[in-house]
Design a protein around this ligand. Structure first.
Ligand code: ATP
Ligand code: MG
Length: 175
């Protein structure tokens, strides 16, 4: 069976991604680690993991018919996943409408036989990997407002030296 690793994400606009890259640069002297490339910065809504290519094609075909309820969040906070040695940026608390978008996604995905992971949803944008200091820097930069109105379906392809992302579909923005 051939599979492809998929995830749904919110993708920042180029100016937002540039601001987030600034957050990464600001944290790097404090945390060490490896900075994520600006064009790869994203917020994962649902990580599907490896799925059969037939199902991947179905999902790619169905995604443009989906609508994500538009919302906004304040990215205001640096956080750390110490075990994974990741420094991230994200909202301080998960906004209710983003949680609802996540839950709605998984309800829809259940129709494809996919099940949500047991862990709670922790919205974050990975900025640095392999950090040496797992205390997040203080203070975070000025909060930034992220308005979203669509999600993208991304294939994550393993290459030597890391993963490459390929956007395979996006949901229909609200009319
Ligand atoms: P690599 O794992 O090759 O270093 P990566 O982590 O960028 O690269 P993926 O593992 O395919 O690529 O992950 C894609 C996205 O999904 C990333 O944002 C990652 O943080 C997130 N992700 C990966 N695994 C999980 C998981 N088990 N639960 C939630 N999100 C996940
Ligand atoms: Mg990974």
């Amino acid at each position: 069976m051939s599979t492809v690793r998929l995830f749904f994400a919110l993708w920042p606009s180029p100016p937002l991604a540039a601001t987030l890259a600034g957050w990464a640069e600001q944290a790097r002297p404090h945390c060490g680690g490896r900075i994520m490339r600006t064009e790869t910065l994203h917020l994962t809504l649902a990580f599907l993991g490896p799925v059969d290519t037939m199902l991947a094609d179905e999902l790619a075909a169905a995604t443009p018919e989906q609508r994500l309820t538009p919302g906004a969040m304040d990215v205001a906070h640096y956080g750390v996943f110490a075990r994974q040695r990741i420094l991230w940026a994200g909202p301080r608390e998960t906004p209710a409408e983003l949680q609802a978008a996540h839950d709605g996604m998984w309800q829809w995905l259940a129709g494809f036989g996919l099940a949500a992971p047991p862990q709670p949803f922790r919205p974050h944008i990975t900025l640095l990997r392999n950090i040496e200091n797992t205390h997040p820097p203080e203070p975070a930069p000025e909060p930034l407002a992220w308005r979203y109105d669509r999600m993208v379906l991304v294939a994550s392809e393993s290459l030597t030296g890391g993963s490459r992302y390929r956007v395979v579909a996006q949901s229909r923005p609200q009319a």
